[in-house]
Write a protein that binds this ligand. Structure first.
Ligand SMILES: *Cc1c(COP(=O)(O)O)cnc(C)c1O
Length: 419
């Protein structure tokens, strides 16, 4: 993995020039698409050395290829971290972390405010014999109180989906440090530009690259980033073959061997390329999206037909102060709101002309979805109530359109249904 020498460059500059400074074949400016499944070396000895991990290189593309590695180097730069492994999707990345690092009898402390599919995955872990305790992660004390002698890992999200709770990110980092626990943070909703894993004490950060980092809704991917803060020599579940060489490499090595080589959750080169190109404009897109989301949240909050708005940028948000401190004054693209009682949520969504009714997040286009009936349907009413999800809650993923057009669209849709 190549790292450009000039760490002093700003984040946008480093990202744009990462491929070139790392050295691209044939003078290309972009890392080319490598589509070969297999790799060959001049001598059988070299192939053996690569297989045994004594020499850098590729053996079979299920474990990665140069295009994918170039994207990994960029994500490592963004997080200012030690190393990155990429996966086919964000869920493949999270699965790889859980399944590579947890065993039956272990205990996981997990935020209760959780992406729906991660919640379902946590239930799979329970079926496999891993104990999971769901806690209100907006207070680090709740995490501390849930720790048992069997606890191996703490998992939280930065801004939770869809009610936008902001976890006590640095407080939990301190709890994990005190207890010697691996702290895993899903940073998808903030990206490394709003908060980096190392700044809140995370050992691992996971990102869905399908969201803001790729940014265009045309590629799926996920990443596991090792910040370098966790001491893997203290982690009991590292298997003997991966306890080789310096301990700072052990965790990511086991995650790659299990998640990529054994489970096959490999990111495709085409998607790695699209995500890498998308990431070049992350800073520009995020600037626009954060401005649009804050303006829209403020406008929605002022409408009589809207009962509640959830956005960490609003002074009314319970973790507004924390979000302001942690996220450098920006609050991301995710916004939730509830219509006043008696207004039909689905009719309102049908009245939108510009905003797209869709389940994705972090497209350039603004997307809206009624969550209780769709992405949070399977978990049932009790779990939804624990997460603060009302039946009428609409989730918005704010895009980069002209703000006046967005406000116009919501305004017309409200007029149509809120007579
Ligand atoms: C979308 C998302 C995921 C899953 O990512 P995919 O790439 O869709 O598999 C995980 N966590 C969060 C917070 C997400 O928004």
């Amino acid at each position: 993995m190549t790292t450009p020498p000039e760490r002093a460059y700003g984040a946008a500059t480093r990202l744009l020039h990462a491929d070139r400074l790392g050295g691209v074949e044939h003078g290309a400016i972009h890392k080319p698409l490598h589509l070969s499944a297999a790799f060959n070396y001049p001598t059988a000895r070299e192939l053996v050395e690569v297989f045994q991990g004594n020499q850098a290189g590729h053996v079979y593309a299920r474990q990665g290829n140069p295009t994918v590695n170039a994207l990994e180097a960029k994500v490592t730069l963004l997080e200012d971290a030690k190393g990155t492994a990429t996966f086919a999707t964000g869920m493949a990345a999270i699965s790889a972390v859980f399944l590579a690092l947890l065993r039956a009898g272990d205990h996981l402390v997990c935020t209760r405010f959780l992406f729906g599919n991660t919640n379902s995955l946590a239930q799979t872990l329970q079926a496999l014999g891993v104990g999971v305790t769901f806690v209100d992660a907006t207070a680090a004390e709740n995490v501390r109180a849930a720790i048992t002698p069997a606890t191996r890992m703490v998992f939280v999200e930065t801004i939770a989906n869809p009610v936008t709770q902001v976890a006590d990110l640095d407080g939990i980092g301190q709890v994990c440090k005190d207890a010697g626990l691996l702290y895993v943070v899903d940073g998808t909703l903030t990206t490394p530009l709003l908060v980096r894993g190392r700044d809140i004490g995370a050992g691992l950060v996971v990102h869905s690259l399908s969201k803001s980092i790729g940014g265009h809704g045309n590629a799926l991917g996920g990443a596991v980033v090792d910040t370098g803060l966790f001491d893997w020599s203290t982690y009991a579940n590292i298997l003997p073959p991966y306890r080789k060489g310096p301990a700072d490499k052990w965790g990511l090595l086991q995650i790659k061997k299990k998640g990529l080589r054994d489970m096959g959750g490999t990111l495709r080169a085409e998607d790695a390329h699209r995500i890498a190109v998308g990431a070049e404009t992350l800073q520009l897109r995020l600037r626009r999206v954060c401005d649009n989301a804050l303006a829209l949240a403020r406008w929605l909050e002022a409408q009589p037909a809207i009962a509640r708005v959830y956005y960490p940028g609003l002074a009314s948000h319970p973790q507004h102060e924390r979000a302001t401190r942690l996220f450098k004054g920006d609050f991301g693209l995710l916004l939730g709101f509830e219509l006043r009682d008696g207004i039909d949520t689905l009719a309102f969504l049908d009245a939108l002309q510009l905003v797209i009714v869709s389940s994705h997040l972090a497209d350039n286009r603004t997307l809206a979805i009624p969550v209780a009936q769709t992405i949070y349907y399977e978990m049932g009413p009790q779990r939804r109530a624990e997460m603060g999800i009302a039946d009428g809650l609409i989730r918005l993923s704010v895009g980069i359109e002209d703000i006046a057009d967005l406000i116009d669209d919501f305004s017309r849709a409200l007029e149509a249904v809120a007579r």
